[in-house]
Design a protein around this ligand. Structure first.
Ligand code: TRP
Length: 439
C-alpha cells in the first residue's frame, strides 16, 4: 500500500506536449549549436551530415525509445528502474546519476563561458585578437569559476522548483524563443555575400572524405545530442502519464533535434565562408571564429547578443535535464525534498567543476591519463560512460527483459528491425564507439 501511495506522489507531465517539448529541450543544447557545427567542420562537411542523418534516424531511434520506454514502464528514477528489473542491476543503474554529475562538471563550464560572451556583447569593447581573448579568459583563475557556478546555480534552481513549475515552464518559454532567435540568425547568415559557399560545404557531399573515424564521430555526436545514456530521458519517460504513441514522440524528438542542428549549421557556415574563415577550427568555432565575424558586421553586437542568448537558452534546457536525473535519484531513494537534493548536487558539482574550470589555467599541469581535468571528464563521459550505460540498458531490454518490438511498434517489419537492432546492431555500434574512444 505504501509503495502505491509513493507512486501516486510522483510528479507527471501536465500534457503530452509538455513531455515532448522538455525532451526536445534536453536534446537541443550545446551539442547542436556548439558541438555539431565544429564536429561537422572537422569531418568534411556535407558527407558527415549525410552519415549523421542516416545514423540518427535509424540506429539512434532504438536506444532513445528504449530509454523512454523503460522509464515509462517502471515509473521510477534510474537506480529504482534498474533495480525493479533485477535487484542486481541496481549497481548498473547507479552509473547513470554518476555520469550525470560528471557530465555536468564540464557542461556547466561551457555554460559559464556563454554568460561571459553575453555580458561582453553588452559592453561593446574592442577586442583585437579573439583567439587570445578566449584563451586569456578561460585561463584566468576566478572569473570563469564564478560564471560556471552561476550557470550551475541557474539550472539547479529551476530543477529544484519541480517538474511543472520549474522544468516544464522553463522549456515552454525558452524553446520557442530559441527557435525564433535561430531563424532570425539563419536569415541574416544566408543573406551574407558568398553565403552559398557555406551552403555548398554543408549540402554538397564529397564522398572521398568518407571514413570509419567520421562514421564513429557521427555516432558519438548523435548519441550525445539526443541525451542518450545517463538516464535523463529515462527519468523524463518515468513522468509520462499516458503516451499511446511513443514511436511518434521519439521521432518528433529526433526530427526536431536534427532540424535545430542543421539550422545551427546554416547559421554558422555561410558566415564562416563569407568571411574567409576556416570551418575546422574545432571547439573555438563558436567562441573565437564567430565573435571575430560579429565584430566585422553592422550591428554585430546585437547579433552577438542574440547568438549567445540562443546558446544560453539551449544550454539551460539541457542543463536542467542533466541535473534532473541525479536529483530524482536523490529525492526518491533518500526521501529528501527536491530543494535539499538540488542543494547537495549544487555542492558536489561545484566541487568537481571548479577544478575542471581551473584546468585551463593554474591546474593545467594536473593531468589524468595525460589529459587535463576538463578533457578527461569530457572523454570519460562522452566516449566511455554514455555508450557503456546505453549498452547495458539495451542488453538488459533485449536479452534480459526480452522486450518485444511489437509491444512498442505497430508495424511487424519495423518491430522485427527494432528487435534485431536492440539485440545486435546497437550493441555492436556501441562497442565500436567505446573501442575507438579507447584507442
Ligand atoms: N543533448 C544535450 C546537448 O545536445 C546534452 C545533454 C543533456 C546530454 N542531457 C544529456 C547528453 C544526457 C548526454 C546525456 O547539448
Amino acid at each position: 500500500m505504501k509503495a502505491v501511495k509513493l507512486e501516486d506522489k510522483r510528479p507527471t507531465w501536465t500534457s503530452k506536449y509538455a513531455f515532448i517539448i522538455t525532451a526536445i529541450g534536453s536534446a537541443v543544447g550545446l551539442g547542436n549549436i556548439w558541438r555539431f557545427p565544429y564536429v561537422m567542420g572537422q569531418n568534411g562537411g556535407a558527407i558527415f551530415l549525410a552519415v549523421y542523418i542516416l545514423i540518427i534516424s535509424t540506429i539512434c531511434f532504438i536506444p532513445l525509445i528504449n530509454e523512454l520506454y523503460i522509464g515509462k514502464l517502471t515509473k521510477k528514477e534510474c537506480v529504482g528502474a534498474y533495480e525493479s528489473i533485477n535487484p542486481k542491476f541496481k549497481y548498473l543503474g547507479v552509473l547513470n546519476p554518476i555520469t550525470g554529475v560528471l557530465i555536468s562538471a564540464f557542461y556547466f563550464i561551457v555554460g559559464g563561458w556563454i554568460i561571459n560572451y553575453i555580458l561582453k556583447s553588452l559592453i561593446n569593447n574592442d577586442v583585437i585578437d579573439y583567439g587570445q581573448y578566449f584563451s586569456e579568459f578561460i585561463q584566468s583563475p576566478l572569473y570563469p569559476c564564478l560564471l560556471t557556478v552561476l550557470f550551475l546555480f541557474i539550472c539547479v534552481f529551476i530543477t529544484a522548483r519541480g517538474i511543472k513549475k520549474g522544468i516544464e515552464i522553463t522549456n515552454k518559454i525558452l524553446m520557442p524563443l530559441l527557435a525564433i532567435i535561430l531563424l532570425f540568425l539563419v536569415i541574416i547568415s544566408i543573406n551574407l555575400p558568398e553565403a552559398n559557399k557555406g551552403l555548398e560545404y554543408m549540402f554538397k557531399p564529397d564522398f572521398s572524405k568518407l571514413n570509419s573515424h567520421m562514421i564513429l564521430a557521427a555516432l558519438g555526436q548523435a548519441f550525445f545530442t539526443l541525451s542518450i545514456g545517463m538516464g535523463a530521458l529515462l527519468t523524463y519517460g518515468s513522468y509520462i502519464k499516458e503516451d499511446k504513441n511513443l514511436v511518434k514522440s521519439t521521432y518528433t524528438i529526433i526530427l526536431s533535434d536534427t532540424t535545430f542542428a542543421i539550422l545551427a549549421g546554416i547559421m554558422i557556415f555561410p558566415a564562416v565562408f563569407s568571411f574567409g574563415m576556416e570551418p575546422n577550427s574545432g571547439a573555438g568555432l563558436v567562441f573565437v571564429t564567430l565573435p571575430k565575424i560579429f565584430s566585422q558586421i553592422p550591428c554585430g553586437n546585437i547579433i552577438a547578443f542574440a547568438f549567445f542568448i540562443l546558446l544560453f537558452c539551449a544550454a539551460v534546457t539541457s542543463g536542467i535535464s542533466i541535473v534532473e536525473g541525479p536529483c530524482a535519484t536523490l529525492v526518491e531513494r533518500f526521501k529528501i525534498s527536491r530543494v535539499k537534493a538540488c542543494s547537495i548536487l549544487f555542492c558536489i558539482i561545484s566541487l568537481l567543476a571548479i577544478p575542471a574550470t581551473l584546468s585551463f589555467g593554474i591546474l593545467s599541469d594536473l593531468t589524468i591519463f595525460g589529459q587535463t581535468i576538463f578533457d578527461f571528464l569530457d572523454f570519460l563521459t562522452s566516449n566511455i560512460m554514455l555508450p557503456v550505460n546505453t549498452l547495458f540498458l539495451c542488453l538488459i531490454s533485449g536479452w534480459y527483459l526480452k522486450i518485444n518490438g511489437v509491444n512498442i511498434i505497430n508495424n511487424k517489419i519495423f518491430a522485427l528491425l527494432f528487435d534485431i537492432g536492440l539485440k545486435f546492431a546497437v550493441p555492436t555500434a556501441l562497442i565500436a564507439l567505446v573501442y575507438m574512444g579507447l584507442k
